[in-house]
Design a protein around this ligand. Structure first.
Ligand code: ARG
Length: 588
C-alpha cells in the first residue's frame, strides 16, 4: 500500500491510471469524479467518471464503468469494486487496509499519522483586528475565533504562520479625539487610566462636535497634521489611547487563549507615500477631482464607467485601502508570505476584491502569492435581528463571555446535584469557565463560515446536539472509560485492531478520514467541517460502545483492540478540539 495516508488522493490517482490504460490518451484529463459514498452500505467512495466520460466516448456508461473496473488496481486498498445503477463504481475499503491505517495512527501519538507539509508555506493570517477607541464587537470576536482556528490548523500542518492583528490604530479620527480630550479631559491623554467604555463615549462626543462646530473641525485637522508630523505631545497622547484599548482587547485574548503579533495600521505609515508614488509612476493612480484614484478593471459603475478606488484624498490623507496596499506589499516583500489570508466579515468582500486587483496590477504582490479573503457572516441576535442587549445597547464582549461562564456554572451545579455528586469549588469554577468559553467558540465555528450566525446561549450550552458541552462530555466520558478499563502498559502500536462488528468498522472508517478532513480544511478554511466530523465521531463511538463491551470483551485480545479504538477516538477528539481552540477536560 502507499505510505501516503490520504486515501482519496491515492484512489483518485489509481482511477486516472485505470482510465488511461482502458481508453488511452482520450482519458488523459478525464476527472475521476470521486466522492464519498452517499450511504454507508454503498461502501466508502463512489466514482462517477463513467457517466460523463461515456458521453464523450459515445459508449454505454455501464460498459465504460466495466472497462475502468477491469483496469483498476486497488486490491491493496479496497474489496472488489461494484458497478451500480447507470454506471456508478462503488468502492469499499478493505478491512486490512483500514487496519493498516489505524496502525499508522496508533503509532503516532502526537500527529496521528499526519505528515507535516514539505516544504511548508509561509502564511500570513490577518485576523481579529479591532479598532482603537472603539468597542471590540461580535464581528471581531468571530474573526478572532475563526482566525485562531485557521492558524492552529495551518501550524499543525507544519506551515510557518505569521499571525497578525491589524488593529485600526491610525486615521484622521485620532486628531479629533485628541483635540477633544485636550479640551474636556486632558488627564486622559496625559497618562491616566481610562476605561474603554469611557473612551468610546468621548469618541462619540468628539464626533458630534466635529460635525457641528467648524472651528473644532479645522482645529482637529491641525491636530491630524501634528500627529502625522509625529509631534511628540500628540504622539504620546495617541500612544496612551492605544495602550488603553489594547488592555481591554487583551482581556478577551487571554480568556480565549489567543496570541499574535500586533501590527496595527500605523505600522505601515512609513510606506504609504511610496505606494502612491509607485502607483502614479506606473500610470495606475491618476488625479480625479483632486484625489488620487485607481480605475478598476472589470468593475463598473451603474453608468458603465469604470469604478475608481481612492488611494489618496484631495487633502492628502490616506485611506483604509492605501494601508492595505502597503501591508500587502510588505507582507509579500519583507515577510515573504506565499499565502495571505484576511479574516473579516463578508461586508468587506468588495474592499478586498479592489485592493487585491490593484496590488496585483501594481506588482506589489506577485502571481505566486495567494491572496484570500476569508469572509464570515453576521452575528445576529436569537430573533434574527441585530445583535444587542435587551436594553438595546451593544453587547460588550467581556460581559458576553462572563455570561456564558455563569450560565455554564448554573448547569454544572444543577447536574452535580441531580447526580448527587460532590465536587470541589475549584473543579466547579474551572469546569464552568471551560464549558462556558468553549460553548461560545464552538457555536461560532460549527456554523458554516459564510452564513449569518444566530447567537443563542441556550443553544450553545445545550448538552445534546453539536455543541461544546456535548463534545466536552463525550471526551471526558471516553477518557473515563479508558481510565477504568485501560491498563497503563497497553502498548497501542502493537495492538491488532479487530473490526468484526459493524459498529467497530464504522468507527474505524470514520477515524481514518481525519487526514482528508484536515487536507480539505487547509484549502477551504471552513472549520465547521471539523465540528461535523467530531460530532459524527462521538456518535459513532456511542454506537460502538453500546454494542461492544470493552470491560467484558470476550477475549483479552478483543479487549485490547476495543481499548485501542477508544483511545484513538479520544486522541482524535483532543487534537480536533485543539484545532478549534478548545482544550478538553479529562474529567467533567
Ligand atoms: N479594523 C478593521 C475592522 O474593524 C478590520 C481590518 C481587517 N484587516 C485588514 N487588513 N483590512 O473592520
Amino acid at each position: 500500500a502507499s505510505d501516503s495516508i490520504d486515501v482519496r488522493e491515492i484512489l483518485d490517482r489509481r482511477i486516472s491510471e485505470a482510465m488511461l490504460r482502458a481508453f488511452g490518451d482520450s482519458a488523459a484529463d478525464a476527472d475521476p469524479m470521486l466522492t464519498a459514498a452517499t450511504k454507508e452500505e454503498f461502501g466508502d467512495y463512489q466514482c462517477n467518471a463513467a457517466m460523463s466520460f461515456a458521453k464523450k466516448m459515445k459508449q454505454k456508461p455501464r460498459d465504460v464503468a466495466a472497462k475502468i473496473v477491469e483496469e483498476l488496481q486497488i486490491a491493496d486498498l479496497c474489496t472488489e469494486p461494484q458497478i451500480a445503477g447507470p454506471g456508478f463504481i462503488n468502492l469499499t475499503l478493505s478491512t486490512e487496509f483500514i487496519q493498516s491505517k489505524l496502525r499508522l495512527m496508533l503509532n503516532d501519538k502526537d500527529r496521528l499519522g499526519i505528515e507535516k507539509k514539505n516544504p511548508p508555506q509561509r502564511i500570513v493570517v490577518d485576523f481579529s483586528s479591532p479598532n482603537v477607541a472603539k468597542e471590540m464587537h461580535v464581528g471581531h470576536l468571530r474573526s478572532t475565533i475563526i482566525g485562531e482556528s485557521i492558524c492552529r490548523l495551518l501550524e499543525f500542518l507544519g506551515h510557518e504562520v505569521i499571525r497578525l492583528n491589524h488593529i485600526g490604530d491610525w486615521g484622521t479620527q485620532f486628531g479629533m479625539l485628541i483635540l477633544y480630550l485636550k479640551q474636556v479631559a486632558p488627564e486622559v491623554i496625559k497618562g491616566e487610566e481610562v476605561d474603554l467604555g469611557d473612551l468610546v463615549a468621548f469618541y462619540k462626543k468628539a464626533k458630534v462636535k466635529f460635525d457641528e462646530n467648524d472651528e473644532f473641525k479645522s482645529n482637529a485637522r491641525k491636530e491630524v497634521v501634528e500627529l502625522q508630523a509625529e509631534n511628540e505631545e500628540s504622539m504620546a497622547a495617541w500612544r496612551h489611547l492605544c495602550e488603553q484599548s489594547r488592555k481591554e482587547f487583551k482581556k478577551i485574548y487571554d480568556e480565549l487563549d489567543i496570541t499574535f503579533e500586533e501590527r496595527g495600521e500605523s505600522f505601515y505609515n512609513p510606506y504609504l507615500k511610496d505606494v502612491i508614488t509607485s502607483l502614479q509612476e506606473q500610470g495606475l493612480a491618476v488625479e480625479d477631482g483632486g484625489a488620487q484614484v485607481v480605475f478598476l478593471d472589470g468593475i463598473a459603475n451603474r453608468d458603465g464607467s469604470s469604478q475608481g478606488l481612492i488611494v489618496q484624498k484631495s487633502d492628502g490623507g490616506f485611506m483604509y485601502s492605501t494601508t492595505d496596499l502597503a501591508a500587502m506589499r510588505y507582507r509579500a516583500d519583507v515577510d515573504r508570505a506565499e499565502r495571505i489570508l484576511y479574516v473579516t466579515d463578508v461586508g468587506q468582500a468588495f474592499h478586498f476584491e479592489q485592493v487585491f486587483q490593484v496590488a496585483r496590477r501594481a506588482g506589489f504582490v506577485s502571481d505566486t502569492v495567494s491572496l484570500e479573503h476569508v469572509p464570515f457572516g453576521l452575528v445576529l441576535g436569537e430573533d434574527g435581528k441585530k445583535f444587542k442587549t435587551r436594553s438595546g445597547a451593544t453587547v460588550k464582549l467581556k460581559d458576553l463571555l462572563d455570561e456564558a461562564v455563569s450560565r455554564a456554572e448554573a448547569d454544572i451545579v444543577a447536574r452535580l446535584k441531580a447526580e448527587d455528586r460532590e465536587e470541589s469549588e475549584e473543579f466547579i469554577r474551572s469546569s464552568s469557565r471551560k464549558v462556558g468559553l468553549s460553548a461560545v467558540v464552538y457555536a461560532d465555528l460549527k456554523t458554516t463560515r459564510t452564513s449569518n450566525y444566530r447567537f443563542s446561549f441556550d443553544k450553545m450550552l445545550a448538552l445534546q446536539g453539536n455543541t461544546a458541552p456535548y463534545m466536552l462530555y463525550a471526551y471526558a466520558r471516553i477518557q473515563g472509560i479508558n481510565r477504568k478499563v485501560g491498563s497503563e502498559d497497553l502498548d497501542l502500536p502493537s495492538v491488532d485492531v479487530v473490526l468484526d462488528d459493524i459498529s467497530e468498522k464504522s468507527l474505524a472508517r470514520h477515524l481514518i478520514r481525519l487526514p482528508r478532513i484536515l487536507a480539505e480544511l487547509e484549502v477551504e478554511l471552513k472549520p465547521h467541517t471539523l465540528c461535523d466530523y467530531i460530532f459524527e465521531l462521538s456518535q459513532k463511538f456511542n454506537q460502538f460502545y453500546e454494542r461492544c463491551s470493552i470491560a467484558n470483551a470476550e477475549s483479552e485480545e478483543l479487549k485490547r483492540s476495543r481499548l485501542a479504538l477508544a483511545q484513538l477516538t479520544a486522541r482524535v477528539l483532543k487534537l480536533s478540539l485543539h484545532l478549534l481552540d478548545i482544550k478538553p477536560l479529562e474529567r467533567l
